[in-house]
Design a binder for this molecule. Structure first.
Ligand code: DSN
Length: 408
């Protein structure tokens, strides 16, 4: 690369990815094929519109790529229609809103403070500004979605759109319950499976189909594809409205290099290796949860069914923000996260979100989770101990070196 400044920082980031344990639940490491599709000449091409209906010439190759991406998405998620153009999960959600809602309509969704997502109606987001949002939380003791409360709110507010989906919720989501409720009140049911898409296709989490009217997801979390969004549904009329909402409603030219990389990722996710990968993600998450709890660390919902866990630091002197910084010093990357009924502010938080998709990709197994749990526990309990700090960093580096990423 001729640009030495950017080349320098890409090299630094490659070093960081190689030498840190990535526990951010929404991150992963793509294959070299995904990377090469995303870094291809497809980035040069404008292709506003859809295959066979473009506003630009020269689209014969990208048309085939987008058709393949759509076919593969439908076959992977077992549905009839896919729009592979959303630039992100938030834009996928916005497209659904534009398709089925008018400004002022009511949405019922999981509260951001209980593990929900910003784009599901948080007051600071466009979804919270343009729609009337009612939120459900989680039970204060079990930290699970309380279906009786969701039901009560649904009958009280009669939302037009019912959303199930989360950013920091470690337990299974009961999609069948949400669909039955949506039918009772005449609402549309949208499942946002951004976090769990890879678990759904590897049969580790119940599928949102046939329950959801519409499913949104990102492609870069447990699904291990390029950074981007995806919308899936089974109704032809809804599919048409979604296509118009993405283009020309919200977006211009699709990112054809990213769509090609999504197609590669969908094919990878159809293979037997990916089924096994999904299984290992969950096994690792459960092992990490078990080891942390055995070492006295409290977890929200007392464990996990999925790829993520949420450490509860309410009784700890350290905030989530401080814990995140202390772990980063020993090459463990994770993020502070609010927890249900968090006594600290959103800047400080009382939670740490940990996830196993990325470390599972690099080959770490259940027996490594005990080592990682011990590193985390020791670091948080004795942050001033410099020889312990060095020994934790050495153990983390040894794990990274023994499980290298295929990047250089
Ligand atoms: N930022 C993503 C996450 O980390 O969960 C959601 O958009």
């Amino acid at each position: 690369m001729q640009d030495h400044e950017i080349a320098y920082w890409i090299e630094k980031e490659t070093w960081r990815q190689q030498n840190h344990l990535e526990l951010i639940a929404s991150e992963n490491f793509v294959s070299l094929d995904v990377l090469s599709a995303q870094g291809s000449v497809l980035t040069n091409k404008y292709a506003e519109g859809y295959p066979g209906r473009r506003y630009y010439g020269g689209c014969f190759a990208v048309d085939e790529i987008e058709k393949l991406a759509i076919q593969r998405a439908c076959s992977l998620f077992r549905c009839r229609f896919a729009n592979v153009q959303p630039h992100s999960g938030s834009q996928a959600n916005q497209a659904v809103f534009l398709s089925v809602l008018s400004p002022g309509d009511c949405i019922l969704s999981l509260d951001l403070r209980a593990g929900g997502h910003l784009s599901h109606g948080a007051p600071v987001n466009i979804s919270g500004k343009w729609f009337r949002v009612v939120s459900y939380g989680v039970d204060p003791v079990t930290h699970r979605i309380d279906e009786a409360v969701v039901r009560e709110l649904a009958f009280q507010h009669r939302p037009k759109l019912l959303i199930a989906g989360a950013s920091a919720y470690p337990r299974f989501i009961n999609f069948a319950f949400f669909r039955a409720l949506a039918d009772e009140i005449g609402a549309i049911f949208m499942a946002d499976i951004a976090h769990i898409a890879g678990l759904v296709v590897s049969n580790q989490h119940p599928s949102p189909f046939p329950h959801a009217h519409v499913v949104t997801t990102t492609t870069h979390k447990t699904l291990r594809g390029p950074r981007g969004g995806l919308i899936l549904c089974n109704e032809p009329d809804l599919a048409k409205r979604i296509d118009s909402a993405i283009f020309p409603g919200l977006q211009g030219g699709p990112l054809m290099h990213v769509i090609a990389a999504k197609a590669v990722c969908f094919k990878e996710a159809m293979g037997a290796e990916f089924q096994n990968y999904g299984h290992r993600i969950v096994k690792n998450a459960k092992a990490l949860a078990h080891a942390l709890m055995a070492q006295g660390i409290e977890l929200i919902a007392k464990g996990t069914d999925t790829h993520l866990l949420l450490v509860d630091l309410r009784m700890h002197a350290l905030s989530g923000r401080q814990a995140e910084a202390l772990l980063e010093e020993v090459h463990i990357t994770c993020n502070k996260n609010g927890i249900p009924q968090d006594p600290r502010s959103a800047v400080h938080t009382s939670g740490l979100r940990l996830g196993t998709p990325a470390i599972t990709t690099r080959g770490l197994e259940e027996h490594h989770m005990e080592i990682i749990a011990t590193c985390i526990t020791q670091r948080l309990h004795d942050p001033e101990n410099s020889s312990l700090t060095q020994s934790i960093r050495d153990q983390v580096l040894a794990l990274c070196k023994a499980h290298p990423l295929p990047y250089n």
